[in-house]
Design a protein. Structure first.
Length: 234
């Protein structure tokens, strides 16, 4: 295990704990998802040795290769798909991942449901919401979230857990917090009409404090744990 991964994980966990205290959430918990995309199997093993168990991947084939190479740890780890999913990749996602954070179309939800292997627990899913209205951003518009959520809830091999968002980065804390707060408000509204959602996946290395201040329950952190991200070779 390299000291750098251990120390960086400790530093990120400390940031989470400090933010929980600062924003009056001491009795709550925020999960840490280590974003291991483009990092090798060795980096994941280092993080596992430091106590990390949940990992996020954006590139599906790369992730499947990594999950396969780490099959000896499969029962210990959670694998989260946090990248876009094309129709021709749904079978791989359904077969290999535990969570999906980027669901934004009923067609993809239906394929994941149909292709989830028999005998496995339901795939845990979050609906990605375009909370700041970026014209090129993935995710459903907030006003479309309820209809998609209700449709997903009818699929037996999926379990709807909550919402995910990736707003445009901003260096201003209060601006970031206000955007994240829109996702929290939407989650609360969905729960008020009968949904039972418990996950708000938002916040990354640069803005996890603002996300926690707004109510995040899961932050997705890569470079602050693993260091500078290597370029992809494909």
């Amino acid at each position: 295990m390299t000291d750098s991964v251990f120390e960086r994980l400790q530093a990120v966990r400390a940031r989470i704990d400090i933010a929980l205290g600062k924003y009056a959430r001491c009795d709550e918990r925020v999960e840490l998802l280590a974003v291991s995309k483009t990092f090798g199997v060795g980096a994941v093993r280092d993080a596992v040795a430091a106590g990390q168990r949940a990992f996020g991947e954006n590139y599906i084939q790369e992730a499947v290769d990594k999950i396969t190479a780490l099959s000896d740890l499969r029962t210990q780890l959670q694998w989260h798909c946090i990248g876009p999913i094309q129709s021709n990749k749904t079978r791989l996602v359904a077969a290999h991942f535990d969570w999906v954070h980027t669901l934004d179309r009923i067609k993809i939800a239906q394929r994941l449901n149909e292709q989830r292997p028999p005998g496995t627990f339901p795939l845990q899913v979050c609906i990605q919401v375009n909370v700041d209205g970026g014209p090129t951003k993935s995710g459903v518009q907030p006003e479309q979230a309820l209809a998609l959520a209700q449709a997903v809830q009818r699929l037996p091999q999926l379990r709807l857990r909550g919402l995910m968002c990736i707003p445009e980065p901003t260096p201003d804390f209060e601006t970031a917090r206000a955007v994240f707060a829109r996702a929290k408000t939407l989650l609360d509204q969905l729960n008020q009409v009968g949904l039972q959602l418990d996950t708000l996946s938002m916040g990354m290395s640069a803005d996890l404090e603002a996300a926690i201040a707004a109510g995040s329950t899961l932050v997705r952190v890569g470079s602050a744990i693993f260091g500078a991200r290597p370029a992809r070779t494909e």
